[in-house]
Design a binder for this molecule. Structure first.
Ligand code: SF4
Length: 367
């Protein structure tokens, strides 16, 4: 079984990862909930200290890459001053995804306050700093968009006042909305104890007997959406995809001047810019994708070469060539090695180097 303490190497702000192109810091943003001003501030930090683009993660967070090693203390201070590092001890366990359109359009309930309460409860509990940094909470407003992907503990709203506390995708405990945060935190404690007895594991699916032994647990039969956040105008917001998950300074600056409300980073590596539906043409001019029929809406890639030393190809160049060829392959992910970092949760075509022969034929000159 995977050991928690010796192999849990997910980066944070205070524990950077050293890649081929420099140090990488990962910033957790619970529920992907931020503001245009904060996003702009983070973009300026990236421009000052490293490679200028912000990299969106599949957990609705951000990474800054190409940084000096050691990471300058001034960068850490700037990230903290921007509100992105509220806890030194818990920064790597604040892994919470949530329905990106909650409170903007659709859903049974606005789960944004729920995410804030869960994050606060997590950070206030010293023992929960011991959760594995791969452990993920998923908070779903009832539409089934984030509980259709892999996660450890979650909440799925049924209506305004009731829902399921979820343990993995298949099991749950019926709970009132008012009691759900406390129950999730208690389940996190129980997971830690069970994990310790098992020698240290990262996920609830590693402990099937523990899951089935929980008080009140039942198998759930919930339906899920696997199509990601819709693009275009949604509830007055602008929903856009960020090609290759790299948000350029020009794109961040345009978001900053067009948003009139919160900005949400989506697990499908897009942005929902509240109140900016009428600014979609300006956002699209910077290369952000608002057309669901664009090949870019269906193509992703791991960071690949030359940034990652494991990579056998320049994944971003191949993905770009694939998009420019007008690919009709459907949902496709390009990986530089078998690890398949950042691959989407739903059905997709995996193009993995060096066996990505279809890709190589389509993008032969992109090396
Ligand atoms: S999939 Fe392989 S090549 Fe791509 S980022 Fe992950 S480790 Fe690097």
């Amino acid at each position: 079984m995977a050991g928690v303490t010796d192999a849990d190497r997910c980066p944070g702000v205070l524990r950077p990862h050293l890649a081929q192109d420099g140090a990488v810091v990962r910033i957790r943003i619970p529920g992907g909930q931020t503001t245009a001003a904060s996003l702009g501030q983070l973009s300026r930090i990236a421009q000052e200290f490293g490679c200028a683009d912000l990299q969106l993660t599949s957990r609705a967070g951000m990474q800054l890459r190409g940084l000096p090693d050691p990471v300058p203390a001034r960068l850490v201070d700037a990230v903290r001053d921007g509100g992105f590092l509220p806890s030194k001890t818990h920064e790597r366990v604040r892994n919470i995804v949530a329905s990106p359109l909650s409170g903007i359009s659709g859903g049974a309930v606005d789960v944004r306050p729920f995410v804030i309460r869960l994050d606060a409860g997590l950070c206030a509990d010293p023992h929960l700093a011991n959760l594995p940094s791969r452990f993920l909470f998923a908070i779903d407003d009832g539409r089934g968009d984030v509980t259709g992907s892999s996660f450890d503990l979650g909440y799925r709203a049924i209506d305004q006042d009731h829902g399921w506390a979820l343990i993995g995708g298949a099991f749950g405990i019926a709970v009132s909305e008012a009691d759900a945060v406390a129950l999730l935190l208690d389940l996190a404690h129980q997971f830690l104890a069970a994990s310790q007895r098992a020698g240290g594991v990262w996920h609830v699916h590693n402990l099937p007997e523990w899951v089935r032994s929980l008080c009140g647990v039942r198998r759930t039969e919930l339906s899920h959406l696997t199509t990601g956040t819709p693009l275009g105008p949604v509830g007055g917001a602008a929903s856009v995809q960020v090609p290759l998950a790299l948000l350029t300074p020009a794109q961040a600056a345009t978001v900053e001047v067009t948003a009139t409300g919160p900005v949400v980073i989506t697990p499908s590596r897009g942005l929902v810019v509240a109140g900016a539906a009428q600014h979609l043409p300006s956002l699209a001019e910077t290369g952000l994708i608002d057309d669901p029929d664009s090949p870019w809406s269906a193509i992703s890639a791991c960071v690949g070469g030359p940034s990652c030393q494991q990579s056998l190809i320049n994944t971003r160049a191949y993905a770009t060539a694939l998009a420019q060829s007008g690919s009709s392959l459907g949902r496709t992910h390009v990986s530089g090695c078998e690890r398949r970092c950042g691959a989407p949760a739903g059905a997709h075509i995996d193009l993995v180097a060096p066996a990505a022969s279809d890709l190589l034929a389509l993008a032969g000159e992109a090396r």
